[in-house]
Design a protein. Structure first.
Ligand code: SF4
Ligand code: SF4
Length: 325
């Protein structure tokens, strides 16, 4: 199935019809990752945000959908619960969800923008995370204040450094402590640099300048949708960016596209192949909401591709867990 959305894609070969993609149109028979997008509300409004989260968004996952996620996770033997948003911490049932997942022994990771952990009402969360053993995947677009604040807003970098110090003091990012992974994404219409080299650079700079440590760095490619897509259209860069992504198509990245091994559940329980398809409203080929899902309905399925998928296969590939090729 193919869905092509953005303007500027007319000359781009349809992603799903590429010879190299044909053998990988289906998911794996048994999925390992359940990503739950528990709301669009966020304390930030970043320039590259593909779900266009901001402080006044109201979409919020209720406890009934969360409970259904936990049940399906257990029944279908998923391996990782990946909680995202918006700022997932701003969902009023977030603690309940994360606590229940931890009590049931699920490997749980939370995607955090860090800044929220510095705000009134959320200051207890670093301790809560450390006690629950939650893995953290934290956005830090760059190791300099100027570049980070340009992308995410004034004061973001300083808040991130302060929270990272606190997380390090709780054991996060140390060899024996809970895992703290950082996420880099480009500040414009270009591909990320080499993940390994960037990791070395981040490690050196963050350690030297701020005494910070972390476990891994994921270098992600910006997907040309949502707020970033609108920026590309506005600035006349969409065609150039899509051409760049297409020219950098790497057949070796196709096999490990994250959609082959996961489902993404939206705040209302609707199911998607990934968070990008969720943002675009491209529902997965699964007939039911997570609340009414039959056991037979999570077997191998055809993935819904579009030309935004070129962002996942450009260069070294890109997924929520970093490069794929
Ligand atoms: S990119 Fe993340 S932190 Fe920034 S607005 Fe979107 S959800 Fe919030
Ligand atoms: S955007 Fe990426 S993860 Fe989503 S369906 Fe396309 S290739 Fe798969």
């Amino acid at each position: 199935m193919e869905n092509n959305h953005s303007a500027g894609q007319a000359a781009i070969p349809p992603f799903g019809e590429r010879e190299e993609c044909r053998g990988f149109r289906m998911t794996l028979p048994s999925l390992e990752i359940m990503q739950a997008n528990i709301g669009r509300r966020c304390n930030l409004a970043c320039k590259h945000c593909h779900v266009e989260a901001r402080p006044d968004r109201v979409e919020t996952m209720g406890k009934d959908v969360m409970a259904a996620c936990l049940d399906v996770f257990e029944r279908r033997r998923f391996k990782t619960l990946d909680i995202t948003g918006g700022a997932p911490e701003m969902n009023p049932h977030f603690r309940w969800f994360a606590e229940n997942a931890a009590e049931r022994g699920f490997h749980t990771l939370v995607r955090t923008n860090l800044v929220i952990l510095n705000e009134e009402g959320y200051r207890d969360l670093p301790e809560f995370y450390a006690q629950s053993g939650v893995e953290l995947v934290a956005s830090l677009p760059y190791y300099t204040e100027k570049d980070t604040d340009r992308q995410r807003g004034t004061g973001v970098f300083a808040a991130c450094v302060s929270v990272l110090r606190e997380l390090n003091a709780l054991g996060y990012g140390k060899a024996a402590g809970p895992t703290l992974n950082l996420v880099y994404n480009p500040g414009g219409a270009f591909l990320p640099p080499n993940q390994e080299a960037l990791t070395t650079e981040y490690r050196k700079k963050l350690s030297e300048l701020y005494g910070l440590s972390f476990n891994n760095l994921y270098a992600l490619t910006n997907n040309p949708i949502g707020r970033f897509g609108k920026f590309l259209e506005r600035s006349g860069n969409m065609t150039g960016y899509m051409t760049r992504l297409t020219a950098a198509f790497n057949p070796a990245a196709v096999e490990n596209m994250m959609c082959r091994n996961q489902i993404s559940v939206d705040f209302d329980g609707a199911i998607y192949d990934c968070d990008f398809n969720l943002a675009l409203g491209l529902a997965a080929n699964i007939p039911h909401n997570i609340r009414d899902l039959g056991d037979a309905e999570l077997t191998e399925r055809e993935i819904v591709f579009g030309n935004h998928c070129y962002a996942c296969t450009a260069g070294a590939g890109s997924s929520c867990g970093g490069t794929t090729a």
